[in-house]
Design a protein around this ligand. Sequence first.
Ligand SMILES: Cc1cc2nc3c(=O)[nH]c(=O)nc-3n(C[C@H](O)[C@H](O)[C@H](O)COP(=O)(O)OP(=O)(O)OC[C@H]3O[C@@H](n4cnc5c(N)ncnc54)[C@H](O)[C@@H]3O)c2cc1C
Length: 397
Amino acid sequence: MIDPEILGYEFSTYLKVIAEFTENELIPAENEMVEAGAVPTRIVDRMAALGLFAISIPRVYGGLEWTMEQQVQLTFEFTRASCVYRSRFSTVIGLCSQAILDHGTEDQRRALLPAMAAGELVTAFALTEESAGSDAARVRTTADRKGDVYFLDGSKRYITNAGWADAFVVFARTDETAPGADGVSAFIVDATSPGVRTVLPAIMNGHAEAPVGEIYFDGVEVPAHNLLGGVEGTGLTMALRGINHARLHVAATCVGQATRMLEETTAHVSGRTQFGAPLSDLGAVRATLGASFAEMEAGRALVVESARAFDQGVIPRHRIAAAKLYSSEMASRVADRCVQLLGGEGIVGPHPVPRMWRDVRALRVYEGSSPIHERNLAKAMIKQVGVDGTLPDSYRV
Ligand SMILES: Cc1cc2nc3c(=O)[nH]c(=O)nc-3n(C[C@H](O)[C@H](O)[C@H](O)COP(=O)(O)OP(=O)(O)OC[C@H]3O[C@@H](n4cnc5c(N)ncnc54)[C@H](O)[C@@H]3O)c2cc1C
């Protein structure tokens, strides 16, 4: 439950609370989290009490309703700590709540969003399958309607929070004759339903403390009123709004991670003496730090600008894709340089930077892999120039 005092805060006060929480609680608990192999329960409870599950959900549904620009400012702060913490509430604030908000019925919103905002109903977004990765329209999980019940059969993989979610937003094919996306619908599925089974992987390369999971559906009965929005065949359209929201959060996460890695690395090279002077006196080291800082700030500017446009009402999906593509590549580049500047400490021992280096690698794979964003941006550019000679989400007046 959100601490009632939090609900009365102005944004500037709330931002300060989250910055202090990051510095005083999240960052100091990172080693404990790594040793335990999971985010400590007391930290999840604190995240819920501080409203981190609620930042994007409207007040009328029990959330904090910060603007997109405010949400990315918050993300810059709390992702100075391990991005594993964020993944515990990311599916609630991004993919799931936004799909329910924009496309759910009013009954579905009232039934789900207040508990999600309070951190009491954790939801996972179950789209990816063995046959449907980058090509998301190739969903094979089926939902057959018999009377007032759908029967779900199939499986999902790589699903964030699958292991502890209370409910899933599941994308399944309701019409096997309709091609691609047209036959796919979205359902709210209780994770405790008979026939649901989740399996966590034995090995994670990065994000080890918040493993993704597989979900199996074996004749799972889903009441017809759990069809999201009450309409069949619009599942992937519903996924898109949530995905745009989540992509901007991921882009902001990359900037937060780069910030922490550069803080840690600058402190390291300033304190480490070789050749009779701090490493930070070397021109090559300074060039690496300066270039990394500039790239991080370019990512931040792209994220903030996209968030402002988002708040004006028309979702700038190409700019959001560009922000996600650039920032995730930037975070990996910065991480790699930081590991280099740490020398042996970047490879041996518990320094946070190499852990973050492993974690940020995944950000180039999910919410659209980098090659998919490059391909889709190029397609949109070629199409728009063919129509009126401008670029998509153009700044031209
Ligand atoms: C940590 C993590 C969390 C995730 N969380 C979720 C979640 O909560 N819910 C969910 O539904 N899914 C989730 N995913 C799945 C993620 O969305 C997919 O991994 C992603 O869409 C890529 O699909 P794939 O893994 O099947 O790779 P593939 O589709 O097999 O692609 C592999 C690679 O091939 C290249 N490629 C593919 N297609 C093209 C193309 N057309 N042009 C150029 N290159 C191409 C890209 O480099 C791509 O990375 C998560 C994944 C990870 C790693």
